[in-house]
Design a binder for this molecule. Structure first.
Ligand SMILES: Cc1ncc(COP(=O)(O)O)c(C=O)c1O
Length: 367
């Protein structure tokens, strides 16, 4: 059956809206926010109280989260805290705090999308995340990539740029520039197809694709499925396992309300060893802190797709109930902030000694 569903292009003005799993679209209202607004116990009213968390709503009707989510008070506080910690600890913040926070961020993203932490990598933006996958995935004889003509251009550009190396790019046309019934993919996906790459929510129309059905069509033909979920994550619930997705990219800019500079990659566990990107760096190396310039091996987890130092000053998603922006640099901070296990403690003894020596020698983790 054809599905005609669209995701709201703007969530901030919705009153009493709930997500598909019955939780408030923007997460639970804080008690303080509810008190400030002087409102009671009804869930819809609590959600209204949540507007206090976003000062811009005092001045504007915010309808453009699909471009940039509004800034919350807790995000501002978290970024202030980041600067305080940077000022307090200097380069030691890398080892004492931020490397541990980066690991806990992967775990939080995993919880948000129904994956495991070792299946998550961090990237600076969705285009770079896609480039990691495009450069790392050898499709062999199956060099056909199928997309929708409604997908965001950056998704198509990854494979259009590879046409000179033999990649064939095919677009499934939308019949009305709004929808794209999943069955239409079936005519384009065949034994030459290595990858179907498409969005869950179309940036042009807000239409929500039947990703589970697209996965069935791809897998029945021996192809893999990559989903660009930048317009979905934080707005509608996601379970990558239930949808049978092989690769997923998303980020904090839009519905996760964390601003620019941070994106995420999910890679299904079995596919991690297949990805050997030529776009790489020391964060993707197995023994990152051995500093062996003349040797390189990929990490065993999905973080092999990471290249260099991530933007630690960005707020990031908290839990799967909704978008709860928190910042990386929050240990010991406000109530509810995640406390990172000091990163040095998590290393093997030899690596720990080495990292300690590096600290003494003043070799900062940011290189
Ligand atoms: C669906 C989708 N994918 C990708 C992008 C681009 O992301 P980035 O600028 O992080 O590469 C956008 C930006 O609006 C988008 O809507």
């Amino acid at each position: 059956m054809q599905q005609k569903r669209t995701a709201a292009k703007a969530g901030t003005a919705r009153r009493g809206a709930t997500t598909g799993n019955g939780t408030a679209a923007n997460g639970r209202a804080t008690k303080a926010a509810a008190k400030r607004a002087g409102r009671g116990k009804e869930p819809g009213l609590d959600l209204l109280a949540y507007r206090d968390e976003f000062p811009i709503l005092q001045r504007k009707v915010y309808l453009n989260s699909c471009s940039l989510g509004p800034l919350s008070r807790r995000s501002m506080a978290a970024m202030d805290r980041f600067q305080e910690l940077w000022n307090e600890h200097g380069a030691q913040a890398w080892y004492q705090l931020w490397m541990g926070e980066i690991a806990s961020l992967r775990a939080k993203v995993a919880r948000l999308i129904g994956a495991s932490p070792h299946e998550i990598a961090i990237a600076p933006n969705v285009s770079a995340a896609l480039s990691e996958i495009a450069s790392g995935l050898d499709l062999g004889e199956r060099n056909r990539v199928v997309l929708a003509d409604m997908d965001f251009p950056t998704l198509a550009y990854q494979w259009l740029a590879k046409r000179r190396t033999g990649t064939e790019v095919v677009f499934v046309p939308s019949p009305d520039r709004v929808t794209l019934p999943a069955e239409l993919f079936a005519a384009y996906v065949d034994e030459r197809t290595g990858l179907v790459a498409t969005s869950r929510v179309f940036f042009l129309s807000g239409y929500i694709q039947d990703v589970r059905r697209v996965a069935e069509i791809a897998h029945a033909n021996g192809a893999l499925l990559l989903v660009d979920d930048y317009q979905g994550t934080g707005q509608i619930p996601l379970d990558v396992k239930a949808l049978d997705i092989d690769f997923l990219v998303t980020g904090t800019l839009k519905w996760l309300m964390g601003g620019p500079g941070l994106a995420f990659i999910y890679v299904r566990e079995e596919l991690i060893p297949r990805l050997r990107p030529t776009v790489t760096g020391w964060f993707g190396a197995r023994d990152q802190f051995q500093f062996r310039t003349t040797e390189f091996e990929f990490r065993e987890d999905a973080a092999r797709l990471e290249a260099g130092t991530p933007a630690v000053a960005r707020p990031h998603p908290g839990d799967r109930r909704g978008a709860h922006p928190r910042a990386l640099a929050l240990p010991g901070g406000r109530r509810g902030a995640p406390r990172a296990r000091p990163w040095l403690e998590s290393l093997q003894p030899a690596r720990r000694r080495r990292a300690q020596l590096d600290r003494v020698a003043g070799a900062g983790a940011a290189g």
